[in-house]
Design a protein around this ligand. Sequence first.
Ligand code: F6P
Length: 507
Amino acid sequence: MSDTERCKSMMVEFDGILLDYSRQIANLDTLNKLYNLAEAAHLKEKINRMFNGERINSTENRPVLHIALRAPRDSVINSDGKNVVPDVWQVLDKIRDFSERVRSGAWVGDTGKVLKDVIAIGIGGSFLGPLFVHTSLQTDPEAIEFARGRQLRFLANVDPIDVARNIAGLNPETTLVVVVSKTFTTAETMLNARTLREWISAALGPQAVAKHMVAVSTNLTLVEKFGIDPNNAFAFWDWVGGRYSVCSAVGVLPLSLQYGFSVVEKFLKGASSIDQHFYSAPFEKNLPVLLGLLSVWNVSFLGYPARAILPYSQALEKFAPHIQQVSMESNGKGVSIDGVPLPYETGEIDFGEPGTNGQHSFYQLIHQGRVIPCDFIGTVKSQQPVYLKDALAYGKTAEQLLKENVPHPLIPHKTFSGNRPSLSLLLPSLNAYNIGQLLAIYEHRIAVEGFVWGINSFDQWGVELGKSLATQVRKQLHASRKKGEPVEGFNFSTTTMLKRYLEESAD
Ligand code: F6P
């Protein structure tokens, strides 16, 4: 088969997005084998079970229905026999109404001033997705226009520097704080929420909190306990995983405050278009399925454990950090969904940076060091990394270098082995709709990988362990500092570190 024929047979287009996977170390025979693997793994049935609202997140006994968050108003998606779409739209309508009132000045702060700045407090899935979309929208002309005169900032880290940076230059009188937490118990988020509640109260009095703080959560009881009026809380549901929550109020509220609901609705429509495609397209034309199967091929068969996400648009600078969480928290698992230790490794080590910055940082290793499958993401209206995928695929031989009169000692250094896999996704532009498409393609790709590996991509017990260990350490530090209690109950290493920290920080 000629290269042209190969390329033609390894390109797929849907709704304006072109996928070229001809530079993978795979041929059509490989793809056929991967389709057989998908069949053996019951991929289609698993996708159907997800869309049918079955409790596929079995370790948490929950359905996985982030697709319902962007479903058209008249669609029906049942969970436990109940259509969840009306609930979704009830919250979306509430967000539309609230964000329009804030933006128009119908809802003002405690001193009567328009709330033109928003700080969204949240971490992990309650932060990375909304930040990615916010950053990406900064090249959408409509979004730029609607955001004029407004600021949206994100406060995630427990490091006080992050608070200082967020409030720098902002006036509490004109600031609205959105506390975003699925559980409303996450230590970092609650500490930052208390700090900003104090910031508002100290400047304007405690009564101002009602006008200047709202919440997004599944735990409305704790929202009320914190002192936020439940009428100013925006709900979502336990069938939305944290890292899959950007299309819930988690992302929609802060983004609507900044850009207006109509822009965010386009983002939801883009994601929904991919959901329908993922659900109904045959595997050989299905973007998330093809991408997911190729990732399984690279990780499990070729043994390449990493994946570089390389968007050629500065506006996508927060895409790799978001996908890092979606992918590594979803698929970094050691047992099958039935709890049996896996005889193979799952998940990728995802990292990335926009080109061309990455080219001047880590691409050397990709060209001549380790083999790392690359995702090049371009937009028709921006710079294109076309030559790079060819450089990785074809490399450069010693013969070519000799013809170019390269001195002999330099030939090994200038030789490129080639045969390094990459794929390219070309988007028409980077507007709200396209950003929604891109998000959904990756969310579903990662689900496909998990379905084929036979794991539960929707729990995160590893992170939960980290959270409970951190709680024990925090309790100990508090008890030692406030009541002088000795450090106990930890192993020698941790005890030594805690004691040293308490001694040094006491001065
Ligand atoms: O990072 C771990 C995690 O559990 C994520 O899954 C979640 O998105 C994040 O913490 C924040 O949790 P919450 O939204 O409950 O504050």
